[in-house]
Structures are given as structure tokens and as C-alpha cells.
Design a protein around this ligand. Structure first.
Ligand code: MN
Length: 572
């Protein structure tokens, strides 16, 4: 139900009152594209309702810009709409405060997100709805601002949506940002893939009824088949790995088969493989082994009719919903479905060692049958025994409560753990047994000749850190004597540009370089002339050791950046 429909149902409801309040408050204000400002907050509220959130969240979405942009203070919101709505509005207002510039701002922003995430996830969801509409109307904003906002969306909001399991939103945000950040690449992409997209789409249309008939014949009823065109941004990322050759991308348009039950997924897979032979090594069972953000589905690639290689995804309606709406899907299920039925259909998630907080959240909330109770404890319980800490680069790591810098170091990389010698927490020197809190920025200091001490076993919290420490203690003596290089260090002198560090580290990761640390030292070149005041940065990137040919290859690729003035590497 959207805002309009809710209001028609009940003119005096919370949402209807918030609607009237916001309409009056924003009266006369205009968006940059000339539309009444009010359209923006209604769009945000429609999004959160579409994601299945409650009335309080919809009201907060309607009121989210009132405190910032109109004379009405937060106390008035609290008196008129109550504590809950006021808390959400206040959170959304505060989260927007950090203007995005550079890596520190990114970290500070993430920190705020995490702190709110740990208090009430709905704040984040309103913020995402706000950003979605801002991106849709970004064309009307001044060009210098466009890029900053798009970059922030690409680096913070889209990954956050992804981590919350909201894949559709994440993809949409990326696609909305892409043309502002990479205008040339975007133009190239549209020019090169549009026809192929259309051709693959027609092919998928033809294939749908053929597959449906065969599934029905084999007793799988009420099947829904549609096709999913790959998003431009994810296509572009993939093309970078395939030498920009569109011909080699098989999932340009994937066929999506939605079946009633989990068992049907595997039966349908068998039927499809009988119709069309599978391409070897392309089958992925994300049902038994979900992705770290909770995504579940069977993926296979087959030699279809006319020998066309085609990707097929098989999932249930609920898996589909979760993939589209992620964490928000659970609010919807709580609200609309009979809870017993819901519990039955919610298959157990496989345990995975990596960032699993979305899955844990999903598992954890199964214990609640009533939505109010669920919401209340969502705010308190769950995040009390998990903490999210960041590296100075803004990478987020998920740890159990009571975790220490040593646990954090091992989460980053085994070698970082094995050689950690000290730590800075929020810029201050700390001890290795310090208890970390959510939002802490943790910088691990390593020393090559430093090795784990058995005293660490007394305070580390995670099992994986314990295992690594024990293993290192066992092998300690033998590895100590080896003088084989452990790291490959790249030194780059670069001219600063927004987003450059990210692109460089992405390129290294794509080329299978495992970045351990990244240090940047900025110097202002104050020489006179036109080039005066231009900022230069000395970038030191340490990777897990790379073979010589790999390092050379990496060097060649990095030389593609025109901002890189000097580059060298050595293995140490
Ligand atoms: Mn807004």
C-alpha cells in the first residue's frame, strides 16, 4: 500500500497526520528540478512502505526533512507524533550531517550508520529511501555536487544496502550513480550492449514458456518465470575482468524460475539440466551455502536452444523476496503472513565464518512471533552481542562482543594477526587486549619480526584467532628462520582525485592482489605558477607477497591511471 492509499483508508491515521504536517511545513519550497519539495518526502515514504515497513517508519519518512529544512523543531515532532517517530526523524537528520569528502568523511559517515544500525535499523532504511529519491532527481543538481553525491552513494549507500541484503536497491543505487562518476564509461557501455541486451531479452521471452511447460509436466505447478537483465554497473565491473568483451558475458539476461518450495528448486534444476546440458563448473548452490549477505538461490549455466549459453536462477518466492528487499522483507513477513506459516517456511541458514550478521539477524528474529516484540528487541538485543569496528580505510568488520584488537587483526588477515605489535583505537594508542566497541576505528600496527604470544590466548574472543595463534605457536620456530619475502609493497606518487584510491584498490583486488594496508601521505605542492597548490599524495600499498610476473602485470595495469606519476614495487 502506498501513502495515498493508506490515507484514503483512514484520514486520521498516523501516516495521514504526518502527511498533512509535512505538506504544510514544506509549502512553497521547491526541489532543484522545480517540483514541490513535498514530492520528495512522499516518494521516500512510498519506498519504505513498499519495503514493508511499519507506519511509524512511513511517518518518519514523511517528516524526515522537516527539522532540517523548516522552522519546526524536533520537540514539536515529539509532542505531535510521539517518541518513536521523533527518534527516527532525529536519527535521519543527524546521519546526513557529514559532508562527504575524502576517506575520513567516509569513515565518519560509516561510523554514524553503524551506531544507528545498532540502535534502530529503521533510521537507516529511511535514509536509504531518502537517498534513492535524491539519486533519481540528481540530474537537477549542480554538476560539482552531482559527482560528490554519486560517489558517496556508490561507496557508502549501495554497499550498505547490499550488506542489508537489499540487492535490488543496492543495484539501483549503483546504476543511478554510475553515469555521474564514470560518464565516458557509461556512454561506451550503453553504446556497446544495448542491442545485445534486447536480443538476449527476446531469446529469454521465447524460452520461458518452453521451460514452464516442461516443469508443469513434471509436477511442479504454479511456477513463475521471468528474466532479469544484468545491471549496468555490475555488468561493467564484470567486463573489466573479461577484457571488455561483451560476448563472454553469459548472464547478460538470466532466466529466473520461481517455484513453490525448497524441494522444487532441486527438482526444477534436474529438469532443466535434462532439457539443456549444463556448462561444466558453472553450477552454484547458494541455497545450501548462502552468500554472506544472506542471498539464496541455485545458479546454473546451460547450453540452451540454438546452443546459446544461458544463465538460469532457481529460487522460492521467499528467497526471491529476500533477495529483493533483504532485511526489510522480514518486516513484511512479520506484518502480513501468519507467523507460524512464516516460521515453517524460513529454512535454516547455513553457518558461515565471514560477515554473517544479516544471516544471524534473520535467524535470531525467528524466535519472535509478534512484530512489536521483534522490533523492540531488534533495537536492543541483537547488536548488544555483536560489534562492528572499522579500519582507517572504512572497511567494516563484524566481531562478537568482547573482541579485542587481536581478533580484529586476524579478521583482516592471518598475517596481520600474526605480526601485530600494537594498535591505535580512534587515533590513540591502545593495548592489544582492549575491549572494542561498535564504531571504533582500529588501526593495527604490525612488525615483521613480531610473532604471536601465548598470552594472547587469554584474551582473544574469536575461535578463528585462537586457532591461528595456536598454529603460529606450533610453527613459530620454523617460519622465523625463513627469509622469504612476505609482502609486496607498491609505492605510488599520485595526483589527487575523488575516488582514485578506491579505483586503485579495486583494480588491485580484481587482479587478485590481497591488500593488507594502504597508507596515504598528502603533500601540498606550493610552487608558484598554474600548477601551484596542486595536491600530491604518496601512496604505499602493501599486499600479500606476489610473484614477480604478477607484480609486473599489476604495475602495467596501474600505469593506466593518468593520475599516477611514479610507481615502483618491491617484495620484502
Ligand atoms: Mn530528504
Amino acid at each position: 500500500m502506498n501513502v495515498k492509499e493508506l490515507i484514503q483508508k483512514d484520514k486520521y491515521s498516523l501516516v495521514a497526520r504526518a502527511y498533512e504536517f509535512a505538506r504544510k511545513a514544506h509549502l512553497g519550497q521547491k526541489r532543484k528540478n522545480g517540483e514541490p519539495y513535498f514530492t520528495h518526502v512522499v516518494a521516500a515514504a512510498d519506498s519504505v512502505l513498499e519495503w514493508g515497513l511499519d507506519d511509524e517508519t512511513a511517518a518518519a519518512a514523511l517528516l524526515h526533512d522537516v527539522v532540517e529544512d523548516t522552522p519546526h523543531p524536533i520537540q514539536e515532532i515529539r509532542e505531535t507524533f510521539g517518541e518513536e517517530v521523533a527518534f527516527l526523524v532525529d536519527g535521519v537528520t543527524k546521519i546526513g550531517k557529514v559532508r562527504y569528502r575524502g576517506i575520513e568523511a567516509k569513515v565518519e559517515n560509516l561510523r554514524k550508520f553503524i551506531l544507528y544500525l545498532s540502535q534502530d535499523m529503521r533510521v537507516i532504511l529511511v535514509k536509504l529511501a531518502d537517498r534513492l529519491h535524491n539519486m533519481k532527481t540528481l540530474y537537477a543538481v549542480q554538476p560539482q555536487k552531482q559527482k560528490r553525491i554519486a560517489l558517496e552513494t556508490m561507496e557508502i549507500y549501495a554497499p550498505l544496502a547490499y550488506r542489508l541484503g537489499m540487492q535490488r536497491l543496492s543495484g539501483e543505487l549503483e546504476d543511478l550513480s554510475f553515469p555521474y562518476i564514470y560518464p565516458e564509461e557509461h556512454k561506451w557501455l550503453i553504446g556497446h550492449v544495448k542491442e545485445r541486451f534486447e536480443e538476449r531479452e527476446r531469446f529469454a521471452q521465447k524460452l520461458r514458456p518452453v521451460i514452464e511447460k516442461e516443469l508443469n509436466k513434471n509436477g511442479i505447478e504454479s511456477v513463475r518465470i521471468d528474466s532479469r537483465a544484468k545491471r549496468y554497473t555490475s555488468l561493467y565491473k564484470k567486463l573489466l575482468r573479461y577484457d571488455m568483451n561483451v560476448e563472454s558475458i553469459y548472464d547478460l539476461v538470466a532466466i529466473r524460475i520461481i517455484v513453490p518450495s525448497l524441494e522444487d528448486c532441486y527438482s526444477a534444476l534436474g529438469i532443466v539440466h535434462k532439457m539443456y546440458p549444463p556448462v561444466p563448473h558453472r553450477f552454484k548452490d547458494y541455497v545450501a551455502l548462502p552468500k554472506s549477505n544472506g542471498y539464496r538461490s541455485l545458479h546454473t549455466t546451460v547450453f540452451g536452444p540454438e546452443n546459446k549459453i544461458t544463465e538460469i536462477q532457481i529460487k522460492t518466492e521467499q528467497m526471491h523476496d529476500e533477495a529483493e528487499h533483504g532485511i526489510a522483507a522480514h518486516f513484511a513477513y512479520q506484518k502480513t503472513k501468519d507467523s507460524k506459516d512464516y516460521l515453517k517456511r524460513n529454512a535454516a541458514f547455513a553457518d558461515k565464518k565471514e560477515l554473517v550478521w544479516v544471516q544471524q539477524l534473520k535467524n535470531w528474529q525467528k524466535g519472535f512471533t509478534n512484530p512489536e516484540e521483534f522490533l523492540a528487541s531488534l533495537k536492543i538485543d541483537f547488536f548488544q552481542d555483536r560489534i562492528l569496528a572499522l579500519t582507517p580505510k572504512g572497511e567494516v568488520f563484524d566481531l562478537p562482543f568482547g573482541a579485542t584488537p587481536v581478533d580484529f587483526a586476524y579478521q583482516i588477515h592471518t598475517e596481520i594477526g600474526n605480526h601485530c605489535s600494537g594498535v591505535k583505537i580512534n587515533g590513540k594508542i591502545g593495548t592489544l587486549d582492549h575491549l572494542l566497541k561498535s564504531g571504533d576505528i582500529v588501526e593495527i600496527i604490525t612488525q615483521k619480526n613480531k610473532n604471536p604470544s601465548d598470552s594472547w590466548l587469554n584474551f582473544v574472543r574469536t575461535g578463528s584467532a585462537k586457532n591461528h595463534i595456536r598454529a603460529a605457536l606450533r610453527h613459530g620456530k620454523t617460519t622465523l628462520n625463513k627469509s622469504e619475502p612476505q609482502f609486496t609493497d607498491f609505492r605510488l606518487a599520485v595526483a589527487n582525485r575523488d575516488g582514485l584510491f578506491n579505483e586503485i584498490s579495486n583494480l588491485i583486488s580484481r587482479s587478485h592482489g590481497n591488500i593488507l594496508t594502504l597508507n596515504a601521505q598528502t603533500t601540498t605542492n606550493a610552487k608558484g605558477g598554474q600548477a601551484g597548490n596542486q595536491k600530491h599524495t604518496l601512496l604505499k600499498i602493501r599486499c600479500a607477497v606476489l610473484a614477480k610476473d604478477k607484480s609486473e602485470k599489476m604495475l602495467e595495469k596501474l600505469k593506466g591511471f593518468k593520475e599516477i606519476k611514479e610507481i615502483s614495487y618491491k617484495s620484502v
